[in-house]
Design a protein around this ligand. Sequence first.
Ligand code: ADP
Length: 502
Amino acid sequence: MLKSATLRTRRKLKVLFASSEVAPFSKTGGLGDVAGALPLALRECGCKVAVISPNYASIPEHFKSKMKHVGDFYVPLAWRRLYCGIEHLVHRGIDYYFIDNEYYFARDGMYGYFDDGERFAFFAKALVEAIGHIELLHCDILHCNDWQTALAPVFLREFYSGELYDNVKTVFTVHNVKFQGQYSDFMLGDVLGLHEVSAAVDQLHCDEQSINYMKGALRYSDEVTTVSPTYANELKQPYYGEHLEYEFQRRAESFQGVLNGIDTLLYDPEIDVCLPKNYSVKNLVGKKACKRALQKELGFEDNPDKLMVSFVGRLTAQKGLDLICYGMDNMMSRGIQMVVLGTGDKDYEDSMSYFDERYHDQFRAMLTFDTELAQRIYAGSDLFLMPSQFEPCGLSQMIAMRYGTLPVVRETGGLVDSVQPYNRFTKEGTGFSFAHFNADEMLDAIYSGAEIFWTQQDEWRNLQRQAMSVDFGWQRAADEYVDIYHRLHPEVIRYVTRKSGS
Ligand code: ADP
């Protein structure tokens, strides 16, 4: 008899997409955006997709009230046996499953607790366990994302076997290598229950006394990806690899970068209900109204000739906040208006508050997380600043371009892959960039953009149109992921075949 692996069948590939956050239910950054949008595009490519994430207390009530309880069971986690409920909700045609455990997830925030290592070990174990309990979660591909789900491929291979589990191939995507889930190796026995599994003990250790969840996923997953081709190369270098560069080098054959997209329906200035006036690449008049409204909202002079620069993102060293602080006096002296929307490290929040006080007519610090305000800022600004130290992909610069706001970026990671620097000879480009992590270089890039805004309005509009015309939809990335999935399951013939770029 032929082994099932050699039987070629045409059917939908079943993908279970696991993420610790998923928009619109839960989001602290780009990972939530990706988990919210990529599954929709995977479905368009002919996959059957389900998404699994924690049932946080912070999920809005109008979603919670629609969830249906589809099962429960107990999850073994070392000496513990923990309740796990599975709640189900269909949203935009996708099946979402939520892992329910009040002790771990009914808290005010999503991350930042003393027991995060245990909480997400539970999440990873529970989702693998769920595959065996809930028929709708049977899958060919388990696609895990970042350290919070990194133990799932480890648990899957070490604790689960049989036809159902052996069929599951794992893909692990690194969204940010800075966060790896590194803990004392006491956790191996006390939480993970892996202390007697010598292969796992070996592969999870990153030094004598610590274990690293992400390293586990890099060792155990069938395929590893990250969120842009440039970041994939950078991760193999010590400067960017955060001590895992060797792991990425040794996976070279099964490690690639796939550039993220954005949800082009959610971020569409033509239909965005958060904007005071809609506009499109064909008619930019509404963007002027958005800028005026933003200037008023922020308490600035509503003057179309003032250059409005914005920043939306986490206030951390990664995002280049040091360069922004260093360049602030200089920018303010040139009459620029600027708004920063974000939360993060206290030092940077304090610096932003200080600048807000000092330059109150020109600078506003909005130290909050507000997606609607973010959309009004993307639409109402002229330049979007993203001088990141490193940037795995970055979505904000793509969203800004979609709203006709030209990005000023440092040439790193996904910023290289998504922003085409302006070429004053060919007139091509979708933004401005600089190479070194240096505030003077950042200011030069800002002023080369400002110069065009101040002196060549036709050229400026041309650049805006070029930026707005770039296709940042998810289809291209989804096609690349589906190619990976099918490489792992060659016996499944593609249900729908799309060509990249179609
Ligand atoms: P990250 O490194 O945080 O994932 P990305 O650029 O990939 O950065 O994604 C950030 C996402 O989070 C974007 O959609 C951005 O608009 C959103 N975002 C970040 N900070 C805020 C905030 N304070 N308020 C609203 N949205 C925010």
